[in-house]
Design a protein around this ligand. Sequence first.
Ligand code: ADP
Ligand code: MG
Length: 428
Amino acid sequence: MSSTTTKSEEREKQETILRIEGLTKHYSQGSGLFSSIWPKPKVKAVDDVSFEIERGETLGLVGESGCGKSTLARTVLNLVEPTDGAVYFNGRNIADLSGEQLRQQREDMQMIFQDPQSSLDPRMKIGTIVEEPMRAHDLYEGEREERARELLEKVGLDPQHYNRYPHQFSGGQRQRVNLARALAVNPDFIVCDEPVSALDVSIQAQVLNTMQELQDEFGLTYLFIAHDLSVIRHISDRVAVMYLGQMVELAETEELYENPQHPYTQALLGSIPVPDPRAEGRRGLLEGDVPSPIEPPSGCRFRTRCPKLIAPEQYEMTESEWTGARRFMRAVSRRTFEVENEAQLRDEFFDQGVPSGEAGDIVETAIDLLLSDEWEQADELLEESFADPSICAQEKPDYAVETEYGTGVHHAACHLHREGIDNTANAD
Ligand code: ADP
Ligand code: MG
């Protein structure tokens, strides 16, 4: 910043406060004796994620536990170094900052974490806690106590409680102390990593409302992480959905909730009906766990749990045959049923008839294997025949494709939305 431009002038000029480009963080796991002989496995915690955040907005980031949300947050905050890609804050690559610019970035970007208990030093009075960043940044000398009391009031606490200790406060109040501390050095941007996840539902809404009031008053920008979709909906202007280290969908909040395009988002939203006359009504809820980020599935990372896996081209199957085949495949893989007899299997998965031709032969063979209790072989055969040749396993879906599904710009990284593809045959 040149000395002639003030912070507010800069603010008006610059609409995008944060831009991340191809951000990637791979942790190397394990160490010790054999690490020189065997290469350490890489944990692909964040893989090629790009988005922008506009000044004053709240970008919600949602995804199941283990999807890389906290790693992304720490990389954005310059607390961990990315393996690849870059974070631009106010137009500057944070990896290139040093001296005064680095100090400024540390002041302008603050954070709030999930656990208000462990992030507050139990031996420090809350007044001292709120003043700590002012001391660290050498700001507000002589007026720190006054400012701390003011901030306590702003976040909805009694300024008289300046001399109390963290244990004298409830979980919600402690998170308010964290808010006051984050605001102490007048930041522009706050990364909030599951700030209300540990709180009772009734308290969550109150803290979220306070956060929104503070946002308006101080012109704050939030990157707001949560795994709870109702919390995200409440606070976000736009929502990014992350799965196993990658961004799978991003859209304006209402658009995302009303018109989700990625099968993962649809599964997360679970009960929200999709306006599609071909829809069966039953949205596949999320089955199983997030796979390991050490060896993530090929192609689309969600494909091992996806209820909409695209049929491999070599088989000619009707839509209902393919629906049965892939439900059968996932159920065998996860062993969600017990084998009684052949009729029961056919009934459960192929009440509309076993597929014809080559696909049918594969299904019949798998049924035979199951009848002789050879689950693993059946699983392998089905995966090899139906999942592996699917485009979903072959190619990474393109996140960069922007499609106007509804209002605003809406990204969805799913092969069902490839340009020029007729995806009606797979919409079920
Ligand atoms: P989330 O916040 O969405 O739950 P995280 O970013 O905490 O996800 O974790 C993403 C993945 O990276 C997980 O598989 C986790 O075990 C792994 N991970 C996180 N931190 C480290 C680390 N320091 N070293 C190795 N692996 C890590
Ligand atoms: Mg986390």
